[in-house]
Design a protein around this ligand. Structure first.
Ligand code: SAM
Length: 433
């Protein structure tokens, strides 16, 4: 939803050219099943639509490829929404499509999202929405009531995963602290540099010390109030002027010092004149930081030692013998888990997301995965860096006798498996007799 209430396909439409409906004049349910969107769905099912215009997300069908057919009925309401508070921005990112000089704000019929409209939309979609991305173009927190909107969402619809991305420059310190207390699940600070001179080459007019102050304040507020949310990301786009080891290492140590949860590098290909040549995909330098790149996995972290890693030992076994279990009977497997990273593994977490558990996956004898979610076991307590805990996992009964493999990995619930960011898994033979 754009800040004037018009509904567009998504973030690939910065100037609001492909309008599907208008929350000012209809309900979201009516727009979601209205003639424009139904016509678009029908057209897409038959291979393409004029409505899409110059949308950069369009993919040509391959020769003789049939268009994928999706149901015309997409349910009563969407499951996820982007909400744009404003398209205005307090800085001007070099050659960005949403820089103020492009005139993006003139493509909106209102400068700021009306609070009553926001509430009406939330009250309609809130009960069934799974996620809100509380940003689009511009800087959401230039809206004087943006923090209040986040509070409204989490107070009334705590099941919604609320995420935002901000340049961190529009908050007063008190507002940053208030956002930390709002219940918002995840906040990304877009800070592309670790010194003022290089930072402002892309984030023109940005004051690095203000972004740092607010990031530090949010981390501090979390600590002081004993919260595990919001999860705080520092997302650092690599350009040719901020990609030296020296500056990246400075970001690593500042992120650790501030108490940021995750520092990640973003590899971009624009602007053409500015993207980092050093970290172009395929280069050795890219490979060296691959696990720390934003899109590569959900747990990799550029803060030294903070990428989650675990050692998992199976303790039931003598001399590597297989685990032997009768068919149709559950079996208990004793393990010892060691935290090899510099961050604790939380045993519990607000909203049940981002807690760490032991996951057992069932594989065939040749290693082929049969059941990713075969069994889970809780940690007995938060597992501090370097510490160990004994964990027993109960494997469900297997009907078919035979030779299997049991694969053990830690999982950050709702986020990712540790294996995806390089943590070693443990495999053992499992014979069902
Ligand atoms: C357009 S911004 C708007 C939200 C907010 N003002 C911010 O700075 O995060 C949305 C996202 O685009 C990302 N972004 C901006 N310039 C980019 C670039 N050249 N390449 C890749 N991502 C970029 C930002 O880091 C941010 O996460």
């Amino acid at each position: 939803m754009l800040c004037d209430g018009r509904l567009v396909c998504g973030c690939a439409d910065p100037y609001g050219r492909r309008v599907l409906g208008d929350a000012r004049t209809s309900s979201i349910a009516d727009a979601w099943s209205g003639p424009t969107i139904t016509g678009l769905r029908t057209d897409l099912n038959s291979g393409g639509s004029k409505f899409c215009g110059d949308c950069p997300l369009k993919l040509p069908l391959k020769r003789d490829e049939a268009p994928p057919v999706r149901p015309l009925d997409a349910g009563r309401l969407p499951g996820r929404m982007f909400i744009e508070c404003t398209a205005a921005c307090n800085i001007s990112c070099t050659e960005a499509i949403c820089a103020p000089e492009t005139g993006i704000t003139r493509t909106r019929q209102a400068g700021m999202l009306d609070f009553d409209l926001f509430k009406r939309v939330m009250d309609e979609v809130g009960p069934t929405l799974g996620r809100i991305d509380f940003f689009n173009y511009g800087e959401a927190f230039l809206h004087k009531r943006a923090v209040e909107m986040c509070e409204y969402i989490k107070a009334n619809f705590p099941h919604i995963y609320l995420y935002t991305s901000t340049n961190g420059l529009a908050f007063s310190e008190e507002q940053a602290r208030r956002l930390a207390r709002s219940g918002i699940d995840e906040v990304t600070f877009s800070i592309d540099g670790a010194n003022q001179e290089s930072y402002e080459k892309y984030r023109q007019r940005g004051k690095l010390e203000v972004a740092f102050r607010n990031l530090r304040a949010m981390a501090d507020e979390k600590r002081k109030t004993g919260r595990d949310l919001p999860f705080l990301n520092w997302r650092y786009i690599l350009f040719k002027w901020n990609d030296s080891d020296e500056e990246m290492n400075r970001a690593r140590s500042l992120a650790a010092e501030f108490g940021v949860d995750r520092l990640c590098w973003e590899i971009t290909d624009h602007p053409e004149s500015a993207y980092s040549r050093r970290f172009v995909p395929g280069t050795a330098d890219f490979e060296a930081i691959r696990p720390e790149i934003w899109d590569q996995n959900n747990l990799g972290n550029a803060i030294p030692g903070a990428t989650p890693r675990a050692k998992i030992d199976v303790r039931t076994l003598i001399g590597g013998l297989p685990i032997i279990a009768p068919r149709r009977r559950s079996v208990r497997v004793k393990t010892r888990i060691k935290n090899l990273s510099t961050r604790p593994f939380p045993a519990t977490a607000t909203y049940g997301r981002r807690l760490v558990r032991l996951g057992a996956q069932l594989c065939a004898a040749d290693g082929t995965l049969l059941n990713l979610d075969f069994a889970r076991a809780d940690l007995p307590r938060h597992l501090e860096p370097g510490k160990e805990a004994d964990v027993t996992v109960t494997l469900p009964a297997v009907d078919t006798p035979g030779h299997y493999q049991l694969k053990l990995d830690m999982v950050n619930e709702g986020v990712d498996w540790f294996e995806r960011c390089g943590s070693e898994t443990t495999r053992h033979n499992l014979w069902i007799i």
